[in-house]
Design a protein around this ligand. Structure first.
Ligand SMILES: Nc1ncnc2c1ncn2[C@@H]1O[C@H](COP(=O)(O)OP(=O)(O)OP(=O)(O)O)[C@@H](O)[C@H]1O
Length: 247
């Protein structure tokens, strides 16, 4: 079970490349992709979701390469993606939004509708299923988006900055939810906040200026902090060692 990026390059228009021949293999249950603003995390997640095509190189999940048109639907069904800004379909209820994502991923309408109930229960939004999605709070909207990644029975879920802007209690709900989902799904979470690093992750990737600066387990990452760094500051200190300092 691995998500494999091989020599991936991408740039927006004529700009400096965001990713340049990036190689990365993720075969862990729970990975966190850390990096500063502009590091290329969302671009990498977009490529992993197959909604962005790399200019060069490939991404493959369990041997399925979405660059071949015949594989694309299977790839997108196996890979769930929560983009940074969840945009619900206006006018639809929470359940309709989730079922709609299932349908977009190739499910029959009735199957998507049936599966949407269970997906909403899993993210603890069952009681809000009939509410219009624009009435949800930011944290609830994020959970609705996660339900959208579950409705089509994904094998791996990509969550792009899922905790940005959430208050501490919503962050805790998110952590509990991810811990639960890890029982049967692979997860990659991108974030620019070192405080999101948690014992539930078994793999850390640090991306900076489109380059992988570190990959390894949480202990290996924390060991980069200078000796004597207090426990609560080790993640930040390790991270600061790795990323390019702005002048
Ligand atoms: N649609 C776009 N058009 C042009 N440039 C873009 C576009 N999206 C991203 N970029 C640029 O590409 C670079 C990488 O952006 P990306 O969003 O992938 O980084 P990120 O690590 O997710 O950052 P953030 O945490 O701020 O979202 C940045 O310099 C950004 O300005």
């Amino acid at each position: 079970m691995s998500l494999q990026f091989t020599q991936c390059s991408f740039r927006y228009g004529r700009k400096v490349p965001v990713l340049n021949r990036l190689d990365l293999s993720i075969d862990h249950r729970a990975s966190v992709l850390l990096g500063p603003n502009g590091a290329g995390k969302s671009t990498l997640m977009g490529i992993a979701s197959s909604w962005i095509s790399p200019a060069q190189g490939s991404v493959v999940w369990r041997g399925i390469d979405p660059s071949h048109a015949k594989n694309r639907a299977a790839y997108r069904k196996a890979v769930g993606w929560l983009p940074q800004n969840v945009k619900p379909m206006p006018g639809l209820t929470v359940r309709e939004n989730v079922a709609y994502i299932g349908w977009l991923k190739g499910m029959a309408r009735t199957d998507a509708w049936d599966a949407s109930k269970d997906a909403l229960e899993r993210v603890k939004l069952g009681s809000l299923a009939e509410r219009k999605s624009h009435q949800l709070s930011g944290g609830q909207l994020r959970r609705m988006g996660i339900a959208g990644t579950l409705v089509h029975s994904s094998e791996i879920v990509l969550l792009d900055e899922p905790t940005a802007g959430l208050d501490p209690s919503q962050r805790q709900i998110f952590r509990d939810l991810v811990t639960q989902l890890l029982a049967d799904i692979h997860i990659i979470v991108s974030t620019h906040q070192t405080e999101d690093l948690d014992t539930m992750y078994d793999h850390v990737v640090v991306l900076d200026q489109g380059q992988v600066r570190f990959q390894g387990d949480v202990d290996g990452f924390l060991s980069l902090a200078a000796p004597g760094t207090s426990e609560g500051r080790r993640a930040e200190a390790a991270y600061t060692q790795l990323i390019t300092k702005e002048v």
